[in-house]
Write a new protein. Structure first.
Ligand code: FAD
Length: 457
């Protein structure tokens, strides 16, 4: 007998519950990836990174991985029929599009008496499973994280010793994968082996200092696992299990790190229960909020996208995003806040831009991260909290190293002076732009708009 393993956000062979289920249920497993034109329509850097990950997976399966392009329900149903597979195994998907797609695939298969079998998910605890005592989902993070922790997670599954991969039934239709340049910078390499190596390097070298250093983009010592988690090159359960066995598992760094993984799980859970929150305000408290649009705003947004706002910390982040397809978490918060609270743009437009440019672009983490900054999401920070792009820079990049790394026009300013070129006589000598808005004034404007929207003004 043959079963199909349809890979999606789980491009690995170890600790892969759906793979284990496929191996258990049949003599041979046909490994398939479907390039879905709907998902590939945007986000060129993600598509490029996906190719690199597929190339690694293909090598790990000894070249057995079959890649096809098309509407997944049609491709999968046809393959299942051709090889006579009664079961198609997948990891359970939790995004709105993924769930609709899987419903279509399930129906297409059921028409021929075949089954879509869901085992496991890209999360330590499947989205939707952590509920409070009344059976309701959690709406704020801290009680969720506690319950998630108490829920616990199964031990990682082994990598099956020897898998009999089935041969491509139509090798003429087989598509190549293009590993590409392999991605830039540290953590840029793709695939399961690279993910495990990155995780273990972080565990041994940077975990204990994570508590103190995680907010410092200049030090750049966070795990950079987001991109590996995005493609499922490593399962979070593997990370949590190895962490628990590590001597530093009681450290503040380890606790903080688990909390960050819990945010990823929480946002996926929120999206599972409230799929509309991907693109709409989660809370309606700011329903009447005025946002700007039109040509003048478009020019400001363009400056933000290009890293030319005249605020060094913001510009460094936006340039890192374009160069690396990744940005440090602290800088994601500050750049997002700048768009929403200094330029008065509704958060979905920034979330869209981030998703199009991040290699780790993930609907749940990104869009709920934006909602958190905008004050419309879970755990909304108080509405009067507006990040100051200058003091944030001075605090979290105290020597200006991060700014100089990304902004050559400021390389001549030493130390923290790089955060305030307007104070230096030669600050603008190398072409760095003047500030496009006055932060103090825009902050007051944001607060006025909030007050009006809340009916206090
Ligand atoms: P580490 O600090 O090493 O954290 C470890 C892991 O925990 C991360 O890999 C990630 O999986 C998870 N994590 C950490 N912080 C968060 C968080 N705030 N929310 C959810 N998960 C978290 N993360 C993405 O994976 N994809 C996105 O598209 C994304 N967009 C974001 C947009 C905004 C506006 C904000 C504020 C945050 C966003 N994040 C996103 C969360 C966070 O910035 C990144 O996960 C983190 O910077 C990735 O770097 P790292 O792997 O070195 O993180």
């Amino acid at each position: 007998t043959i079963s199909i393993l349809w890979f999606r956000r789980d491009l690995r062979l170890a600790d892969h519950p759906a793979l284990l289920a496929a191996v258990d249920s049949s003599d041979e497993v046909l490994p398939v990836f479907v390039r879905d034109p709907v998902l590939l329509a945007r986000g060129g850097v993600r598509a490029e990174r996906l190719e690199a990950s597929l190339a690694a997976l293909s090598a790990d399966t000894g070249g057995a991985l079959i890649v096809r392009t098309g509407e997944p329900a049609a491709v999968i149903a046809e393959l299942a029929e051709t090889v006579g597979a009664d079961q198609v195994h997948v990891s359970r998907e939790s995004t709105p599009y993924g769930r609709r797609r899987d419903d279509r695939v399930r129906r297409a298969l059921a028409g021929d008496g075949r089954e879509l079998v869901e085992t496991g998910s890209p999360y330590a605890v499947g989205p939707g499973r952590v509920l409070n005592k009344s059976g309701e989902p959690y709406r704020v993070f801290t009680p969720f994280a506690r319950a998630w922790h108490d829920h616990g997670w199964p031990e990682p599954g082994d990598r099956p010793d020897d898998i009999s991969w089935a041969a491509d039934p139509d090798s003429g239709a087989s598509e190549d994968v293009d590993p590409g340049p392999g991605g830039a910078g540290r953590g840029g390499e793709a695939g399961e082996q690279a993910a495990l190596a990155r995780w273990r390097e972080f565990l041994h070298e940077d975990l204990t200092s994570y508590g103190d250093q995680r907010d410092r983009p200049d030090l750049d010592t966070t795990s950079r696992l987001s991109v590996h988690l995005k493609y499922g090159e490593i399962h979070p359960r593997t990370i949590l299990a190895e962490l628990a066995d590590h001597p530093g598992s009681d450290s503040e760094g380890a606790r903080r790190f688990v909390t960050e993984l819990a945010w990823r799980e929480f946002y996926a859970d929120v999206l599972w229960h409230r799929p509309r929150s991907a693109w709409r305000d989660l809370r309606d408290t700011l329903e009447g909020m005025d946002y700007d649009e039109g040509p003048e705003t478009a020019a400001l947004v363009e400056a933000w996208q290009q890293g030319l706002t005249g605020y060094p910390f913001v510009d460094a982040g936006m340039r890192q995003l374009r160069a690396e397809g990744w940005m440090h978490n602290r800088v994601r918060m500050v750049t997002a806040s700048f768009l929403v609270k200094d330029l008065h743009v509704w958060w979905p437009s920034g979330a869209r831009y981030f998703l199009d440019h991040l290699r780790d672009g993930d609907l749940a983490s990104n869009n709920h991260g934006w909602q958190w900054v905008a004050g419309t999401g879970t755990d909304a920070s108080p509405y009067f909290r507006v990040f100051n792009p200058v003091t944030q820079g001075v605090k979290f990049d105290p020597d200006g190293d991060y700014v100089r790394r990304w902004i050559p026009e400021l390389a001549h300013l030493s130390g923290a002076a790089a955060h305030e070129p307007w104070r230096a006589a030669d600050g603008y000598d190398h072409g760095y732009p003047e500030r496009i808005v006055d932060h103090a004034e825009e902050r007051r404007e944001t607060l006025r708009r909030y007050d009006r929207a809340r009916g206090d003004g």
